[in-house]
Design a protein around this ligand. Structure first.
Ligand SMILES: NC(=O)c1ccc[n+]([C@@H]2O[C@H](COP(=O)([O-])OP(=O)(O)OC[C@H]3O[C@@H](n4cnc5c(N)ncnc54)[C@H](O)[C@@H]3O)[C@@H](O)[C@H]2O)c1
Length: 477
């Protein structure tokens, strides 16, 4: 609130590749004295916010065995009516007030798929009511809201999953395995983009013709956002406004950074800078449609320092050629729509000479002398560059990552465990840096972040901040 992503691996079958990654450690794994749900029992589910993603989430959840949808809450009456139809249950309990759902004893878990500004409030209320929570990304609307959500989760002992479902796919597991096996050497740079060029892609979703203060609970929608008269555009196209949404950073960078944190095991960047522009969709929105950010990841005992560059351009009228590449000193992992490609490329030890080199500019004897010395220093075996190898991984054709993300959530609910793949600590470590992109953009500043303590730092406090330049006088020699 406002005060605040087989055919084969050349030598590995898919089956063995998947088995090899089954043991991937979860980021957090506390087993508590939770009231376990008998593994044979149904998990009774309710959805809070049955808009676009509320439908997709609920359908993905229901593709798992023994899940029953018992209730939905929404602030637009048309969606409450359509939910009964979509989920083929004329008796489905529907309400404008999600607290009525939280009060029900027959609800074990809730999906929270409201606009971003409601995530923290609804999550905390649900955890306090003893419900397990699947909350959509970004976990929070403001950095300041993260701690309260984490505290409520810890206190509740309940299971929580944040909804960047792509990390539950086989390609992300495979990328993680490759990085851990050192296939690309120390990571030095990551880049990812997500461009679009359409009105729907730029969040201008259809508005129902009956939208009015009668059919929409406008005051509840606003919550603690600034009061204003009913505005159907703000309600149905909330992503375009900072009061309710988190711009391209919270909406799309968050998926990219979540994937990166999952595959690298990194806790987050310590320096964040973003820049952009409202270039095309000048329709009253107050968020940019072109944004790039640079995030610096510090060196840790497990990882070398690397830089990440993320970009969204909703006005890309050219060829859209999105790529996510993780580049290391010995290769690259490039995500493709259907999986990934690992390219291994290791330099020879010997530096080489000739070609676009300075050698030919030296006097003839100096050149001969140089070559003699080089031959003595660099025996033939140090000059051999390993051939570039390309290894492709294709995700299983019928893979359903969204269902699997829910499967992980439900498995943990049944076990009474808090060890989901995207728990709120992980979720906040992904959300905070992207929310910092907005802060950097709107306040024209570099944001310093401590990824370990998950706190923002003042510039002076920032470790690793570049040393101040010497004054002009000092620079004179
Ligand atoms: N994981 C993904 O790939 C993915 C994709 C799209 C959206 N999302 C996330 O899902 C969330 C919803 O996005 P959407 O596109 O479905 O939005 P939407 O506008 O289509 O639906 C949001 C619904 O929430 C309802 N709502 C608002 N406040 C509520 C409240 N207090 N109680 C009950 N209902 C309330 C609204 O009436 C609306 O129907 C967002 O956080 C978004 O970032 C995630």
């Amino acid at each position: 609130m406002r005060s605040s992503r087989r055919k084969f691996i050349k030598s590995l079958s898919v089956a063995s590749a998947l088995l090899a990654t089954e043991g991937v450690a979860k980021p957090f794994n506390i087993i508590r004295d939770l009231k376990k749900i008998n593994p044979n029992d149904k998990i009774r589910l309710a959805t809070i916010g049955i808009g676009i993603q509320g439908h997709f989430d609920t359908q993905a959840a229901l593709r798992n065995p023994d899940i029953e949808l018992v209730a939905v809450a929404d602030l637009y009456d048309g969606r409450l009516e359509q939910a009964k139809n979509a989920f083929k249950n004329p008796n489905l309990f529907t309400t404008r007030d999600f607290r009525e759902i939280l009060a029900r004893k027959d609800v074990d878990a809730v999906i929270i798929a409201t606009p971003d500004h409601w995530h923290d409030q609804a999550t905390i209320a649900a955890l306090n009511a003893g419900k397990s929570v699947y909350c959509e990304k970004p976990m929070v609307h403001q950095i300041s809201e993260g701690k309260a959500v984490i505290d409520a989760w810890k206190k509740s002992g309940k299971t929580m999953q944040v909804g960047s479902q792509r990390i539950s796919s086989a390609s992300f597991k495979e990328a993680k395995r490759m990085i851990e096996a050192g296939e690309i050497g120390p990571i030095n740079f990551i880049e990812s983009s997500n461009d679009r060029f359409s009105a729907i892609g730029a969040w201008n979703y259809s508005i129902p013709l009956d939208a009015s203060p009668k059919t929409v609970d406008w005051d509840k929608f606003l919550s603690d956002a600034p009061k204003r008269p009913f505005d159907a555009k703000r309600f149905f196209r909330w992503r375009n406004y900072r009061d309710y949404g988190t711009g391209v950073a919270g909406d799309l960078f968050v998926h990219l950074i979540t994937g990166v944190h999952y595959v690298t095991g990194s806790l987050g960047p310590n320096r964040i800078f973003s820049s952009g522009n409202l270039a095309y969709w000048k329709d009253g929105r107050d968020v940019p449609d072109v944004m790039s950010c640079i995030m610096d990841y510090p060196e840790t005992d497990k990882q070398s320092a690397f830089q990440m560059v993320l970009r969204v351009n909703f006005a890309n009228a050219g060829k859209i050629n999105d790529a996510t590449r993780i580049i290391g000193n010995e290769g690259e992992i490039r995500f493709t729509g259907q999986g990934l490609t690992l390219t291994k490329n290791k330099l020879a030890k010997a530096p080489g000479y000739g070609g676009y080199d300075s050698l030919f500019t030296f006097p003839e004897d100096t050149q001969q002398e140089y070559i003699k010395k080089y031959d003595a220093e660099w025996p033939p075996e140090t000059r051999q560059k390993e051939p570039v190898k390309e290894i492709k991984f294709e995700s299983p054709k019928d893979e359903d990552e969204h269902r699997m993300h829910f499967a992980d959530f439900f498995d943990n609910v049944r076990k009474g465990s808090q060890g989901t793949i995207e728990d709120p600590v992980f979720g906040f470590r992904a959300a905070a840096p992207v929310l910092a992109c907005n802060e950097s953009y709107f306040e024209n500043k570099v944001v310093h972040w401590d990824p370990v303590t998950m706190t923002q730092k003042a510039e002076g406090q920032a470790k690793g901040a570049p040393a101040k330049k010497a004054s002009a006088a000092q620079n004179k020699e």
